[in-house]
Design a protein around this ligand. Structure first.
Ligand SMILES: Cc1cc2nc3c(=O)[nH]c(=O)nc-3n(C[C@H](O)[C@H](O)[C@H](O)COP(=O)(O)OP(=O)(O)OC[C@H]3O[C@@H](n4cnc5c(N)ncnc54)[C@H](O)[C@@H]3O)c2cc1C
Length: 507
């Protein structure tokens, strides 16, 4: 008889684990509290406009391809990928850069905006390639015991970690201008971290973009989760919508299944938790066994920032790039307000996605979707979003109108939705509204991050941004594959060691 796996949550992590394990012959059932798949990667649909709730950047697309290949399929048979060049526009008060994964274009761009600094690009790419080659295999392995830290590939990678440096400091090796350093360090925001705190190891993130490029998916990145759910169902998996898991049922360290909100108990041999880790530890698990992650202990941990979101369906199209990052005039103060002082900053940095410039399927003819993301403090601070929401939205729109091409934006808004950190916490069960999960500081990585085979029980696994290797779609897919492979190993089901696979883009 096939072993029964229950998965809590149909976000990217849950779906990846689900489709891989179902393909390998397990009996898999996913419980999702919402009426659709995707979680933070679900679509928001309003009056014919489609928005991605969260992720809009798809990087390391080869990892996504591998996940489909794990099920004997090709991602491009399910999804249409659009390569973005420029990758993104980076706007500072005194510089503007169109970043490209085309080496010559990028070099010319640096030469134009930061004359004399263009030689740094080759140095950066060469050194960060080396770092990536050593570090990437470490992100594909589990760290169940401390001794795993003392084995290869991590042992070999240690000299390339630059443990004493932050991402921002590491960039000082290649470039002098702060703005140019920001072009290669703002990516620490993908991890919800400050470039001045984020470990230097992550200086390779921009290298990854420059090496493999950034992709959009027609219909939005939410289509990836829908496609994965399609594969899961084709394989015969069971997907239960509008079914909230109330708790994991355990006898001591052994979890025997889950109890649903209506009291039904579903038995399982293994349980995979995809719901936000800290939320799940506090709300779904037997407190006696998760003392390590009790609320007072979690409070002492570092969490990512949160985000204030404005999704606008507008009556016209604007001609400017797909991804745009606008840095606050005093970017450092803005970052410190968000991460250290946990307060509403008088500076605003923001990201605007103008996806309709690439993808006409997202809005009715002649109209477009505008997605605005503003990094803000997580809910460990005491900002009263009920009180601040409307005024903050107006402040953000003022900045957007002032700094982008959308001078007539307000007159053209047809529909809108606003998410505050409270929305992430209350609507999507995101602990502290920390949209990018636990921080990725060294004390919360590898063995020190909640483990893929969750250390507090014998048969609970984690898949998602809260476990190893971390938050971000490619790493979430890896977390799910690591957990799936551990379950296979336990039950004698064959699997391929992902570190042995070639890294190639075929889309
Ligand atoms: C605004 C934003 C922008 C982002 N941008 C990017 C980006 O550009 N690129 C990138 O790679 N990453 C990005 N990320 C990070 C990351 O890719 C996404 O957050 C990703 O969706 C997280 O996936 P997950 O599987 O960890 O969890 P989630 O997406 O949170 O999925 C968890 C699922 O569990 C369900 N659930 C929760 N509790 C229960 C329960 N009790 N019972 C049943 N179901 C439950 C939820 O409804 C949800 O569907 C972004 C995130 C955000 C929020």
């Amino acid at each position: 008889m096939a072993k029964k796996i229950v998965i809590v949550g149909a976000g990217p992590g849950g779906l990846t684990a689900g489709m891989i394990l179902k393909h390998r012959g397990f009996d898999v059932e996913i419980f999702e509290k919402e009426g659709c798949v995707g979680g933070r990667n679900a679509p928001i649909k309003m009056n014919g406009f489609t928005f991605d709730t969260g992720p809009t950047f798809l990087m390391m697309s080869f990892i996504l391809e591998e996940m489909f290949e794990e099920t004997g399929r090709k991602a491009k048979d399910y999804l249409e990928f659009i390569h973005l060049d420029p990758m993104y526009r980076l706007n500072f008060f005194d510089n503007e850069v169109l970043a490209s994964d085309d080496h010559d274009k990028m070099e010319a761009e640096i030469k134009r905006e930061f004359p004399g600094e263009e030689g740094g690009l080759n140095k950066y790419l060469k050194r960060e390639k080396k770092r990536f080659d050593y570090l990437f295999p470490c992100l594909q392995k589990p760290y169940s015991s401390f001794s795993d830290m003392l084995k290869n590939p991590l042992l070999k990678a240690i000299p390339h970690l630059d443990l004493h440096l932050s991402v921002f400091k590491a960039l000082g090796r290649y470039f002098k201008s702060d703005n140019l350093k920001f072009c290669f360090t703002f990516q620490s925001k993908y991890l919800g971290m400050s470039a001045w705190e984020c470990p230097a190891a992550f200086a390779m993130v921009a290298y990854i973009e420059h090496k493999w490029g950034i992709y959009h998916v027609t219909g939005g990145l939410n289509r990836i989760s829908e496609a994965m759910a399609g594969v899961f169902l084709e394989e015969g998996g069971k997907l239960r919508f509008n079914t909230k898991v109330k708790r994991l049922v355990n006898t001591g360290r052994n979890v025997t299944g889950v109890e649903l909100e209506d009291g039904t108990v579903v038995n399982a041999d293994e349980v995979i938790v995809n719901a936000d880790f800290s939320y799940a530890a506090v709300n779904l698990m037997d407190k006696k066994y998760v003392k390590k992650y009790a609320p007072d202990k979690l409070k002492k941990r570092k969490y990512s920032c949160s985000t204030f979101m404005i999704y606008l369906g507008v009556k016209k199209k604007y001609n400017f790039p797909h991804h745009n990052v606008f840095f606050a005039e005093d970017y450092r103060r803005n970052v410190e307000d968000i991460f250290d002082r946990l307060k509403l900053s008088d500076q605003i940095s923001f990201y605007v996605q103008n996806a309709s410039v690439t993808d006409p399927t997202l809005a009715p003819e002649g109209k477009s979707t505008i997605y605005i993301l503003v990094p803000v403090a997580n809910l460990k601070g005491d900002i009263d979003w009920e009180k601040e929401k409307d005024a903050f939205k107006e402040r953000v729109l003022d900045e957007v109108v002032k700094r982008t091409e959308m001078k007539d934006l307000r007159e053209n808004i047809e529909v809108e939705k606003v998410y505050t950190p409270d929305t992430w916490r209350d609507g999507l069960n995101v602990y502290y509204g920390a949209t990018f999960n636990l921080g990725h500081n060294l004390r919360q990585m590898l063995y020190f991050r909640p483990r893929n085979r969750f250390e507090c029980f014998d048969n609970v696994y984690l898949a998602g941004g809260g476990t190893h290797p971390g938050s971000g779609l490619p790493t979430i897919y890896e977390s799910a594959r690591i957990s799936a492979n551990m379950i296979c190993k336990k039950h004698g089901v064959p699997y391929i060691d992902p570190t042995k696979l070639d890294r190639k883009n075929t889309i």
